[in-house]
Design a protein around this ligand. Structure first.
Ligand SMILES: [Zn+2]
Length: 289
């Protein structure tokens, strides 16, 4: 099974259950599939569990988790059922696993993909990804709208946008997950899993500082990508660091650099342009569409 199948099944489930608006009613989906959902006290290390008792399918969710987390846990469990992927974590979902990448089975990641499609369905997020800028602020608004985590929304946004952008998650300073938008992929720029965070990146600085919170950086496309085509781009990054999981999330907006041939006359004019633009406090290339 690949991600497209997982996504297709999620879309079919939403359609069959008649769900068309955000925030997606996760309980309705569970009931539609004959699950009984109960919020109960579970150890901190456990996000949820699922089992069948006297013919009734149950999902238990840790009542101490945030409502967003509970929504994701329920959908992750539903995914195991719909995708018919046996759980690699037994009946219980460990709290430190969901939406993380280190040491996880591909089946578990597919279940997260399914959950993300349910939380931020393509048909709903795609028009918003065209309208809105890829910034922490707007991702925060969308996370609220969809009642999903910011990382879930950022992935979906990058998939749906027609801009040059990417979303990168690193753990312990190493890139674990990256999604580049279609336009960036078509420009033949990619970000490889397993590489250390670029030294000048906001994420690397955030990780070294070890303090949760937002950081930003203006760097080169080639800092993020080993692709020759990355030379055509500069990159504006907003990053956040989450100390408990040692995870950084980077929101990358790539701006295509001017491709015109460099002559002396043109060069002088170009430098003037840069100076003029800097007066309003933004580097020329980082202006948003
Ligand atoms: Zn699982």
């Amino acid at each position: 099974m690949d991600e497209n199948i997982a996504i297709g099944r999620a879309q079919k489930l939403l359609k069959d259950a008649g769900i068309k608006a955000a925030p997606v009613d996760v309980e309705t989906l569970a009931v539609f599939l004959d699950f009984k959902v109960s919020r109960v006290e579970l150890p901190d290390t456990e996000a949820g569990s699922t089992f069948i008792k006297r013919g009734q399918k149950h999902i238990l969710v840790n009542e101490n988790d945030s409502p967003l987390r509970q929504r994701f846990t329920i959908l992750h469990e539903i995914a195991h059922h719909v995708l018919e992927l046996p759980s690699k974590h037994g009946d219980k979902v460990p709290a430190d696993e969901l939406e993380r990448f280190t040491g996880r089975h591909p089946e578990e990641i597919l279940c997260d993909v399914f959950a993300a499609e349910c939380l931020a369905p393509w048909a709903l997020i795609q028009p918003m990804a065209e309208d809105k800028e890829f910034t922490l602020e707007h991702l925060g608004e969308l996370a609220e709208h969809f009642q999903a985590s910011r990382s879930c929304i950022a992935s979906r946004f990058a998939q749906a946008s027609d801009g040059h952008l990417a979303f990168v998650v690193a753990e312990d300073g190493v890139v674990k997950y990256s999604i580049v938008s279609k336009a960036l992929r078509e420009a033949r720029v990619w970000i490889t899993k397993g590489i250390p965070l670029p030294q000048n990146s906001a994420a690397a600085k955030a990780y070294k500082a070890g303090i949760s919170g937002p950081h930003e950086a203006d760097i080169e496309g080639t800092d993020w990508s080993s692709s020759d085509n990355a030379r055509r781009f500069a990159c504006y990054e907003q990053a956040t660091y989450h100390a408990p999981t040692r995870q950084t999330q980077s929101i990358l907006n790539f701006e295509e650099l001017d491709q015109r041939p460099v002559s002396n006359g043109y060069r002088a004019k170009h430098d003037d342009d840069d100076l003029l633009e800097e007066l309003d406090g933004r580097p020329g290339w980082s202006k948003y569409r």
